[in-house]
Design a protein around this ligand. Structure first.
Ligand code: GCW
Length: 663
């Protein structure tokens, strides 16, 4: 399938003061340091100027002295940082490495496309998170686990694809500062187990070189039981010498073949995947074995904390899936080697529309950590509903853990400010596929764009990021910008309103996780229950219940533990409450359920009404695609509203104060 250019579409002509005089690029960087990144930086400038202004930029090598855009190295700047400034009509991009130059180029182009003038431009940025990663859940047969925008563009029929689309993907990712990409699903099966064998070495090398040209390290997901599944050993015991040697040899081979490989991501002992538990070993044993094997090549092991018992009995009220990540890892704090990073989902359950922050953030103090979020909207509308997630990510990053007197937010931790860690950052489960527009819903591209921008500059607000994305994608039209901004900024709240209430989560159709089913997971083995009866709803996670609330540091623990102080939006996550309980908002729980569900639908109606007015102002194709999805969202939001309201009306027998239609 063909593909569009998303926010790097230079086809729309723009005007920006200070660009007229720019006719050339001056590369004042020594020949021996002019790597592929510098070449790609120059090529990007040329491509952009040709598209935006119809002008061919000349290139002058060996001098940074000329009227135009000058690229040069300046020692002493932080890694990947850039300084872009204007002086007397001349634009200078400085960095101490070629990655910084590339980011500077993209920053300049962004400024040209979103701003009105280059006069007085003076931008200095240094990324604070060393690892800014996208995790693709692509399978080698071309399918994508939780993929909502077509098939994989990395794999097809068990082969690796490297083509024009790969290059455009790398440009898009790099333009927002992504510097690491995992191409295959964490559930590593079948052919994917063989990614570390001869079979795929050439293609992986080729792909890694495309990535390297844009400052992106290639990562692979690894099958923990590979020594057995490749038919070479009888065991995958991390303490067995034979197994350890096997991995050392394998890694020497893989890194020898793919020099730009960054390392591996591992899902172990989770949802049926193999892991060290089989041998009575800990996750530190497992991770460290692999870390030792990749260390000689500068490799990194990213080990996921999404470990829980997925064979739970719903009758068992003591086992709490929310506790499992914490319980499995907290005792291992400080036991991981330096080149291991634990990757922790933002919440203790699984990417619900609302969850508390994972208690391992702030719990772990001696371990490298990364935050894992999901821009593939598995539980937030699957890229058919619009749901701009950057406001949620901002809240998560701003959460105070109280693990230190100051600089103790999640952002501080994953930027290395709290515990001084060098190996940390943020990863997002990617939302791309081979759809023409990459992300199914055109507006879902704002999550891809936004994730990268946020990881590079976490100080940006969700609104600033949204405005940038709108201007880059659709141009600088006031009405378009305000309408799109309104939709994006209200979308998470709207979705939360018509979804499961007050932090309880789930209530979706099992397996494919789309659409309402209040009891869909109520009697299942997955540990995801709402425990509603005719009197009340919610899971008691206080000390009288599962004790989960006490896993946080004070004062968070006391606040969550106390039903009077627990924030409304998380109340049912932490407590089982009567329907008649008065929330801080002044409403009862049941009235809140009704009101929020009616409101959610009204919000969607308002969004769609405003969107319709953009007809003729957006490219026809994108307008139609979005209109189709909005029509579905409108109808589907009603389905959510009516099923949830009706369920709780029938359960509680309490009518809506406002007498609206509930079935
Ligand atoms: O959200 C759940 C998904 C699984 C996924 C798992 C995980 C890749 O439903 O599809 O598996 O999380 O994060 O490992």
């Amino acid at each position: 399938m063909g593909f569009e250019q998303a926010w790097l579409d230079y086809a729309r002509k723009i005007s920006c003061e200070g660009t007229d005089g720019i006719e050339a690029v001056f590369v004042g960087i020594d020949d021996d340091r002019q790597d592929i990144l510098i070449k790609n930086s120059v090529a990007e400038l040329q491509k952009a100027f040709a598209g935006l202004f119809g002008r061919k930029l000349a290139v002058h090598m060996g001098t940074a002295d000329g009227d135009g855009i000058c690229l040069l190295f300046r020692e002493g700047m932080p890694a990947e940082a850039y300084h872009v400034y204007e002086n007397g009509g001349k634009i200078t991009i400085e960095a101490s490495d070629s990655q910084g130059i590339l980011y500077g180029v993209f920053a300049l182009l962004r400024q040209m496309q979103t701003g009105d003038s280059l006069r007085g431009l003076d931008l200095t940025k240094a990324p604070v998170m060393p690892m800014r990663m996208l995790d693709h859940w692509d399978n080698m047969d071309g399918s994508i686990e939780r993929g909502y925008s077509g098939e994989s563009f990395f794999f097809e029929k068990n082969e690796i694809l490297v083509n024009e689309r790969t290059v455009t993907y790398a440009r898009l990712a790099a333009s927002v500062g992504i510097n690491a990409v995992v191409i295959n699903n964490v559930n590593v099966k079948d052919a994917a187990t063989r990614l570390i064998t001869e079979r795929y070495a050439d293609k992986l090398k080729e792909l890694s070189e495309v990535f390297a040209g844009y400052g992106i390290r290639l990562y692979l997901s690894l099958n923990y039981a590979a020594p057995m599944e490749l038919g070479e050993l009888q065991s995958a015991d991390p303490l067995s010498e034979e197994v350890r040697d096997w991995w050392k040899r394998r890694m020497a081979f893989v890194f020898g073949q793919i020099p730009n490989l960054g390392g591996f991501l591992i899902k172990a002992d989770s949802e049926g995947r193999p892991g060290p538990f089989t041998y009575g070993r800990t996750h530190a044993d497992g991770a460290n074995m692999l870390a030792e094997a990749v260390a000689p090549f500068g490799g990194t092991i990213i080990w996921r904390c999404f470990v829980y018992n997925c064979q739970q009995d719903w009758r068992d009220e003591k086992t709490d899936r929310a506790r499992s990540g914490y319980d499995n890892f907290i005792g291992l704090d400080g036991k991981f080697l330096d080149n291991v990073i634990l990757q922790i989902k933002n919440g203790p359950m699984d990417f619900q529309v609302r969850e508390p922050v994972h208690p391992l953030f702030g719990g772990l103090t001696k371990t490298n950590q990364m935050l894992e979020v999901q821009i593939a909207q598995e539980y937030t509308g699957q890229q058919r509903h619009v749901c701009y997630l950057i406001p949620m990510f901002r809240e998560i990053l701003a959460f105070r853990t109280y693990a230190a007197k100051e600089h103790d937010t999640v952002e501080d931790i994953v930027c290395g400010r709290t515990f001084g860690q060098k190996n940390c950052g943020m990863a997002a489960v990617a939302n791309t596929g081979n759809d023409e527009n990459w992300t199914g819903h055109d507006m879902a591209a704002a999550n891809w764009y936004g994730f990268g921008r946020l990881a590079f500059e976490p100080e940006l607000s969700a609104e600033e990021i949204a405005r940038e994305w709108i201007r880059l994608t659709f141009g600088k039209d006031k009405q378009v910008e305000e309408t799109m901004l309104y939709i994006l900024m209200n979308s998470w709240k709207a979705y939360e309103n018509y979804n499961a209430p007050l932090g309880i989560g789930w209530m979706v159709n099992p397996d494919y996780h789309y659409g309402p089913s209040v009891d869909g997971y109520e009697y299942s083995r997955w540990g995801t229950y709402h425990r509603a009866d005719h009197l009340g709803i919610g899971v008691d996670r206080s000390s009288a219940g599962t004790g989960y609330a006490l896993l946080y540091r004070e004062p968070n623990a006391s606040v969550y533990h106390d039903r009077e102080r627990c924030p409304d939006e998380l109340l049912l996550f932490f407590h089982h409450m009567p329907y008649t309980w008065k929330l801080k908002s002044g409403k009862t729980v049941i009235q809140h359920i009704y009101d929020s569900h009616f409101e959610g639908v009204e919000m969607v109606d308002e969004m769609v009404e405003r969107f319709e007015k953009l007809e003729g102002k957006l490219p026809e194709k994108s307008y139609q695609r979005m209109m189709e999805r909005f029509a579905h969202q409108k109808e589907h939001a009603r389905e959510w509203r009516d099923q949830i309201n009706t369920y709780f009306y029938r359960k509680s027998g309490i009518p809506d104060e406002k007498g609206r239609n509930i079935y």
